[in-house]
Ligand binder design. Structure first.
Ligand code: NDP
Ligand code: 8X3
Length: 250
């Protein structure tokens, strides 16, 4: 039977690449994000390959999350695969100089937003005793790097939540996976540095992961046999050994 995937943060980067990868394989798509124009463009491109429905909401707004997911038409309501991908870093500052607004954004989007979307989807999965939840964590959820403080905390929380989900959803045969990338060339640094030129240098001098590399891994994870769950995966570009060790040729 045709599967349906709901992807948050589908307007850019890893989420958009995953939408393209899933569409190639005929997976029905519910694409979420705040930028409607982009959702429309992606929908138009992918509708040649699969059925696509878009939802426009801010994951920080719990009422909007529940309302949007509740509004899904019958042929998109049954979600087999949830990709909790929406998220970003906001700022890169020592803790003593950090902006409270940046901290709020990271905890509200990366942690609480992921929880709201999960809360809206999990009941149908437990009822059916099936489903696959993939949370996009980060290498920043495995180690803390200088000035990474709250972003790293939010991604450590994503990994803890993923582990907790896997335990609590174990009686329901629901797979739960964390995929934790290192440096991926997306709009991530544009958002982190708020459009500052620094963002243009983050991926220079080495070959960073591309969003398609992560999409490929996500597709691999969702196509394992029923008895196989990729629980937790850390993936770096070859040039990266950890958060602060990157072989650059500038
Ligand atoms: P992008 O900035 O390219 O994409 C982020 C996506 O998240 C966009 O589609 C954006 O959509 C969505 N988003 C952001 N804020 C909200 C919000 N408040 N409500 C709804 N959607 C939101 O970055 P990436 O593709 O790199 O990031 C995707 C995930 O991967 C994030 O969780 C990030 O932390 C993680 N990650 C990224 C790495 C990297 O190096 N790039 C490495 C490790 C993990 P819109 O603005 O339209 O709402
Ligand atoms: C994104 C990778 O190293 O900027 O999660 O935190 S990093």
């Amino acid at each position: 039977m045709k599967q349906t995937a709901l992807i948050t943060g589908a307007t850019s980067g890893i989420g958009r690449a995953t939408a393209h990868e899933f569409a190639k394989h005929g997976i029905r798509l519910v694409l979420c994000g705040r930028r409607q124009e982009r959702l429309d463009t992606i929908q138009k491109a992918l509708e040649k390959q699969t059925e696509v429905h878009t939802l426009n909401f801010d994951v920080r707004d719990k009422f909007a999350v529940f309302e949007a997911i509740d509004s899904l038409p019958d042929n998109f309501k049954h979600i087999d695969i949830l990709i909790n991908n929406a998220g970003n870093a906001h700022g890169l500052d020592p803790i003593q100089d950090g902006s409270v607004d940046d901290w709020d954004a990271m905890m509200d989007i990366n942690v609480k937003g992921l929880l709201y979307v999960s809360k809206a989807i999990i009941p149908q999965m437990t009822e059916r005793k099936s489903g696959h939840i993939i949370n996009i964590g980060s290498s920043a959820g495995k180690e803390v790097y200088p000035k990474g403080n709250i972003y790293c905390a939010s991604k450590h929380a994503v990994i803890a939540i993923t582990d907790g989900m896997r335990i609590d959803l174990n009686p329901f045969d629901i797979k739960v996976t964390a995929i934790n990338p290192g440096l991926v060339e997306t709009e991530f640094s544009q958002v982190r540095f708020k459009g500052d030129d620094i963002a243009n240098n983050v991926y220079k001098g080495y070959k960073a992961l591309q969003p398609e590399d992560i999409a490929d891994i996500i597709y691999f994870a969702v196509t394992r046999p029923a008895h196989v769950n990729i629980a937790d995966l850390l993936v770096f570009p070859t040039a990266q050994a950890n958060s602060v060790t990157v072989k650059k040729e500038l």
